[in-house]
Write a protein that binds this ligand. Structure first.
Ligand SMILES: Cc1cc2nc3c(=O)[nH]c(=O)nc-3n(C[C@H](O)[C@H](O)[C@H](O)COP(=O)(O)OP(=O)(O)OC[C@H]3O[C@@H](n4cnc5c(N)ncnc54)[C@H](O)[C@@H]3O)c2cc1C
Length: 470
């Protein structure tokens, strides 16, 4: 093949895992090639984290203004707001564009060669790149490397009896609507379904969520979910728990659903968002030829992000749960440093997780139940936001902060919080666990007043039996 590139590190996939690995490798002077078939930034920047949070912001602002069109306790009165959806989507797209272009510049700055096209694995050291990108035929390319890093991410899971198409959409389409449907049914009450459901509901769409389990957000503990459930109900969202989706109605204008105690019925819906999970993207590009050890569709990796083949590494959603952008980034950085000869492992003490509903949920480390299951004798401290002055001034008193610590030495094992804006607590939560802080360390750290963050300090004090404001 005429177009042959030789490199030390070849990365397949330019999402948060792949691009961060490439930037760090570039900083460390490792000759690096990154192959991306879609748009740099991957799921996260283009059709995931960033666009969803942009639309959440649009919906929050619109909803808040609607609140002022009636009788507001704040004494603000406004006219009923209107939404220019095209402009909202253009604003969201501009943020995405700015960020993805920025990634391109960072890669260039760090001398990473970006090859546009779909990679096909030939063997553990050779990859061919399909020259056809967006209908344009380029030159065929073969890349040989010493290290191959797989960072191909994940894709939405479809329901076999209700494939994507027509009224049945995935989160990708839900993030770029041309018009808003009158009604939206969401299959699955995980974080992606509920974040997008909240957006659509706040923009005035009738939203119904159908979940097979007996509660929303089944991955989170019940106490954390209660304020979110109550908020969704008061927003007027239909929550159909313990309910099975059987398929589309014959006329395609609704869903056939069934709960344990009721007859099958049709739930009218103009659009149906299937948000039942994501699966690692491990098929369709020759990965199976490497015969790597797998966990189902996920590539199995050790604590160094090494696969079962020497010189082949894997990171991010391709390696399974938790499928989170910050995990992918941390793994990417870790792999680049190891290739540069640094001694690194990917063994985080905690990977924070955030659900950007209203109120938000944030967790890091162990919940009380998880600590008990692990056989740890733990104590906990809960501080309600209702007792926090700043939360009152922000009209956001629904929620709490909880800390979990070992009874014997007060080492912090985990944090959970639910409340407006508490996603920002993830930094404090992650740091205290990673640095091995004890309850006394956090309880005796001065937290600025008045902030919602004081609830973090108070939760630690409460676990010690020393809370001051409750
Ligand atoms: C709606 C939504 C909201 C989300 N919100 C959050 C959030 O708030 N916080 C959070 O942490 N996570 C969130 N996520 C998850 C997050 O997007 C993923 O965990 C993250 O993007 C994974 O990064 P990655 O690098 O592993 O893969 P990806 O971001 O999926 O990137 C993989 C890249 O590889 C490319 N690729 C795949 N195969 C090939 C090939 N053969 N050749 C060339 N290129 C290839 C793809 O085009 C893609 O660009 C969200 C996801 C969705 C869908």
């Amino acid at each position: 093949m005429s177009n042959l590139i030789n490199t030390t590190l070849l990365i397949i996939g330019g999402g948060p895992g792949g691009y961060v690995a490439a930037i760090r490798a570039g900083q460390l002077g490792i000759p690096t090639v990154l192959v991306e078939g879609g748009v740099l930034g991957g799921t996260c920047l283009n059709i995931g984290c960033i666009p969803s949070k942009a639309l959440i912001h649009v919906a929050e602002q619109f909803h808040a203004l609607q609140g002022y069109a009636g009788d507001s306790p704040l004494g603000i009165r406004a006219q009923a707001p209107e939404l220019d959806l095209d402009r909202s989507i253009a604003w969201k797209d501009a943020i995405v564009k700015k960020l993805t272009t920025g990634i391109g510049s960072l890669l260039k700055k760090h001398k990473v060669t970006v090859v546009q096209g779909w990679a096909h694995i030939i063997d553990g050291k050779t990859v061919d790149v399909d020259p056809v990108v967006k209908g344009k035929a380029g030159a065929p390319q073969r890349i040989r490397c010493e290290h191959l890093l797989l960072a191909t991410g994940s894709e939405p899971v479809a329901l076999p009896f209700m494939p994507f198409g027509g009224p049945v959409i995935s989160s990708t389409e839900a993030l770029s609507p041309r018009t808003l449907p009158k009604s939206l049914a969401i299959v699955g009450a995980g974080y992606i379904g509920l974040e997008l459901g909240t957006v659509y509901r706040k923009l005035g769409v009738k939203v119904d969520v159908i979940e097979a389990q007996d509660r929303i957000l089944p991955a989170y503990d019940a106490d954390l979910v209660k304020p979110v459930h109550a908020a969704l109900k008061s927003l007027g969202m239909g929550l159909h728990l313990q309910t099975q989706v059987l398929g589309l109605s014959d006329d395609g204008k609704g869903l056939r659903i069934q709960s344990p105690k009721a007859e099958e019925r049709i739930l009218a819906a103009q659009s149906i968002l299937v948000a039942v999970g994501r699966r690692p993207r491990s098929r369709g590009f020759g990965l199976s030829s490497l015969m790597l050890d797998m966990d189902g569709l996920a590539v199995r990796v050790d604590e160094h992000c090494r696969t079962s083949m020497n010189g082949v590494w894997a990171i991010g959603d391709l390696t399974g749960e938790p499928m989170l952008a910050h995990r992918a980034m941390a793994q990417g950085e870790c792999v680049a440093e190891q290739i540069a000869g640094h001694t690194r492992q990917f063994v985080p003490a905690a990977i924070p997780a955030v659900c950007f509903t209203d109120p938000e949920i944030v967790t890091a480390g162990l919940s009380p139940q998880q600590a008990a299951t692990a056989g740890l004798d733990a104590i906990e401290g809960v501080f309600p936001l209702a007792a926090n002055g700043r939360a009152m001034t922000l009209e956001s008193t629904d929620g709490f902060v909880r800390v979990v610590a070992r009874r014997d030495n007060h080492l912090i094992l985990g944090w959970q919080a639910v409340g407006r804006g508490v996603s920002e607590f993830s930094a404090a939560f992650g740091q205290s666990i990673e640095l091995g802080a004890r309850l006394e360390d956090v309880g005796h750290t001065i937290h600025a007043h008045p902030t919602q963050g004081e609830a973090i300090q108070e939760a630690a004090l409460r676990a010690l039996g020393q809370a001051l404001h409750i």
